[in-house]
Design a protein around this ligand. Sequence first.
Ligand code: LRY
Length: 237
Amino acid sequence: MKIPLDLQRLRGGIIVSCQAYPGEPFYGSDIMVRFAKAAVEGGAVGIRANSPQDIAEIKKAVRRIPLIGLWKRDYIGSDVYITPVWSDVSTVIDAGADMVALDATRRDRPNKERLEDIVSRVKSETQCLLMADISTVEEGLYAAQLGFDCVATTLSGYTPYSPRQSEPDYALVEALAAQVQIPVIAEGRILHPEQARACFARGAYAVVVGTAITRPHVMTRKFVEHVSSPGLRESGR
Ligand SMILES: CC(=O)N[C@H](C=O)[C@@H](O)[C@H](O)[C@H](O)COP(=O)(O)O
């Protein structure tokens, strides 16, 4: 299997997901650009970013490493929200993404669009690479068969039929690495450097870290909740 050049640049490295939701303190393309610059400074090999505006701004400011773009969108009647339909994919590509990440589960997509058609259109009409966000081994195998360039464990724990857990889905990383011929990207709940190492040990090609680096309010809450658990307060000095 020939691995495209932009994908080879991700090998063995950390990709930083720079995303924030409206209403969060760090929401805004200017802030996402700063996170992306900090990621480059820290040695990240790639950036993952959401929305055409953030993608375009990051692309202008950070040229040294590949940019994975997606667009989270809510459509009535479908649970698929990561770059669900062709027009979203094409907007992300036009915004400057080197690779598009999209939901590659077998769930119904908005407007009855088919994953197969979206993939073949990207492959025939653009040079852009494709990352399959999946939640099970079967979905990963199907994505590889369809022609995705890499597969990411992004949606494990976020579909109703995948295991809910606080740890990264190591079993999924390992199973995919053993069964698919395309690079496997570990993504989701990787909060510590040791967890990133553990993903590489199980065959990950690259690791995406989001919350631990770019969602300070979530990390603050984790610290607060951990130290205020019963039994700790009294003994604190
Ligand atoms: C499930 C879903 O919608 N995941 C999103 C995908 O782009 C992001 O919200 C995550 O932050 C990203 O996957 C990185 O994961 P973590 O933030 O756990 O390091």
